[in-house]
Design a protein around this ligand. Structure first.
Ligand SMILES: [Zn+2]
Ligand SMILES: [Zn+2]
Length: 264
């Protein structure tokens, strides 16, 4: 087994994500047995598949949204597993993992619900957090186009257990071409989902004691390795089947595969 400290970066609980099947504490025995040091809870936030009623007042929404994380953290403390808070926000089918902001920040920033991609990144950084684009090349029926965001993010989730190896290979090639920091996560939605070996994560040489340590590791592009199945990024490189848009200072359509992935 490789050395270092392994963290799950993409994790959903039934309290706060409408599509998740298990309460946070139900997952933890397995993560402990698999040698993880911690997990970050990233439930679907305001514009995603959130389980919390959006008609509540903002403070009540924030309180309720935190329950999935809070009960997971309480269970994690009992068994020596670090549990950190984050969320997953959705734009036009492109999803972002936002790490390192807390309840007080959310209460003070109700405008988070209307952020552009750029505002999300700038305001998260100002608040001491970071943003990672989740599964950028995911191809599903509900996704009408691929939206890439190499500028207003601190990293790219190049491996996602809910993806195909083909889409992860595209993500890895794109991240490499653009010099982007890489992460991996399971995007787990139920305690029984995936074979043990399919669980993903990111491994650092140093132990992370707080979510700020986690953010600092990503923002400083800390040395790391990815926990993924052997050969995960070795699928034949294919052209995305949907239109690809790249968001930056301007938004543009990318038609040329070599522009995305470089030459082989
Ligand atoms: Zn989900
Ligand atoms: Zn997710």
């Amino acid at each position: 087994m490789p050395t270092g400290y392994l963290y799950e970066t993409h994790f959903h609980t039934a309290w706060s994500s409408a599509c998740a099947r298990s309460r946070g504490p139900e997952y933890l025995e397995r993560y402990k047995r698999m040698g993880y040091s911690g997990i970050v809870v990233t439930d679907h936030f305001w514009r995603g598949n959130c389980a919390v009623d959006r008609h509540m007042s903002w403070p009540n929404f924030v309180e309720a949204f935190f329950r999935g994380y809070e009960e997971t953290r309480a269970a994690g403390e009992q068994m020596g597993l670090s549990v950190f808070f984050g969320w997953e926000e959705t734009f036009d089918g492109d999803d972002y993992l936002v790490y390192g902001l807390d309840k007080q920040w959310l209460l003070r920033h109700p405008e988070v619900r209307g952020f552009s991609r750029r505002e999300q990144w700038e305001q998260t950084r100002l608040g001491g957090g970071c943003v990672v684009q989740a599964h950028p090349f995911r191809d599903r029926d509900y996704i009408s186009a691929i939206h890439l965001n190499p500028i207003y993010t601190d990293g790219i989730e190049v491996a996602n257990a809910g993806n195909t190896s083909e889409n992860d290979t595209q993500a890895m090639r794109w991240a490499k071409k653009n010099g982007l920091y890489t992460t991996a996560g399971s995007d787990i939605h139920s305690a029984a989902q995936y074979e043990d070996a399919e669980l993903m994560g990111i491994r650092f040489p140093q132990k992370l004691h707080t979510v700020q340590d986690f953010v600092e590791a990503i923002r400083s592009r800390s040395e790391h390795s990815l926990q993924v199945l052997e050969g995960r990024f070795d699928a034949p490189l294919t052209k995305p089947r949907k239109a690809v848009w790249e968001h930056g200072k301007t938004t543009r359509r990318v038609r040329d595969t070599s522009e995305l992935f470089g030459s082989a």
